[in-house]
Design a protein around this ligand. Structure first.
Ligand code: DHB
Ligand code: FE
Length: 280
């Protein structure tokens, strides 16, 4: 049977992708951020998951304002990125797992989540930046990927409570899959940030740290916020916290925190990282 071995979260700021390309790991601005990641990679080296389900948001590369699915799941054999306007370079394609993708899509629709199934899907920085941080060695990378794109761009956005339930449904779907696979669920984005308008540059460290604690021990507390609460407390793009809640919903009631890291600011954002192990 497939099993969710754990969950990870990471901010997905495009500037990180360019800092990786420029190998700025020891640069004084970047070092305190990058120093958070070796512990996460050490956990992956130990656990060696077969598949990563990556919960992210498309910011206008594959979906635009004319067609914006609330929940979309990739069902392709591979996924590539593209020039999306942040100067990020095209990377080698990421291998998919169409059989598990279709199992997830079937199970979720049966569980009353209406999913847009995508047999072709370009992935943007919301997907590629965390992948580059967690799996920098693309030659040796064996993990297959399933992109799950969630609308955090065009209102109405799905509520935190609905996202947590989607995560729980993903958890049930994985557990019902017959093949013997180790699955890690990655939630990308956040934490607090606002990129536009009068509050551009807004970061709320206290709220971020509270979210990083509650998502481990009491994620239901975070599901009581509305999207507008998140926009007020974490900034317009801080609503990306819903992606972390989907990750957490997919894990069981009890998780062990393996590692956490928080650094502000990276670009306009409070950058948070979590590694959670799922109880067996
Ligand atoms: C930034 C953060 C994001 O989450 C994003 O999607 C784009 C930019 C930033 O802080 O620059
Ligand atoms: Fe984003």
């Amino acid at each position: 049977m497939a099993r969710i071995v754990g969950g990870m979260t990471s901010s997905h700021i495009p500037a990180i992708g360019n800092a990786i390309a420029g190998e700025l790991f020891e640069d004084p601005y970047w070092k305190p951020f990058f120093d958070g990641y070796p512990a996460a990679r050490a956990w992956l080296d130990k656990v060696r998951p077969d598949v990563a389900i990556v919960i992210y948001n498309d910011h206008g590369l594959n979906f635009f304002l004319d067609k914006m699915p609330t929940f979309a799941i990739g069902a392709a054999a591979s996924y590539r990125n593209d020039d999306e306007g942040w100067g990020l370079k095209p990377l080698p394609p990421y291998p998919g797992d169409p059989e598990l993708s279709w199992h997830l899509i079937n199970a979720l629709v049966n569980d009353e989540f209406d999913i847009c199934s995508c047999q072709e899907m370009l992935v943007d920085h919301g997907f590629t930046v965390p992948m580059s941080l967690f799996w920098p060695d693309r030659v040796g990378m064996t993990v297959r990927t399933i992109p799950v794109a969630v609308n955090t761009v065009q209102h109405p956005l799905p509520t935190p409570a609905r996202c947590f339930k989607l995560g729980q449904a993903i958890g049930r779907a994985v557990e019902s899959y017959g093949r013997d696979l180790k699955v890690v669920v990655v939630g990308t984005g956040g934490l607090s940030h606002q990129l536009d308008g009068q509050r551009a540059g807004f970061i709320n460290k206290d709220f971020d740290l509270m979210c990083m604690e509650k998502i481990v021990s009491d994620p239901e507390a975070l599901t009581r916020y509305s999207i507008h609460d998140l926009v007020r407390l974490a900034g317009a793009q801080g609503a990306e916290l819903i992606l972390w809640l989907i990750m957490r919903g997919a894990l069981g009631g009890t998780v062990t925190k393996v590692h956490s890291h928080y650094h502000i600011p990276i670009s306009n954002t409070g950058a948070g990282l979590l590694v959670l192990e799922n109880a067996a």
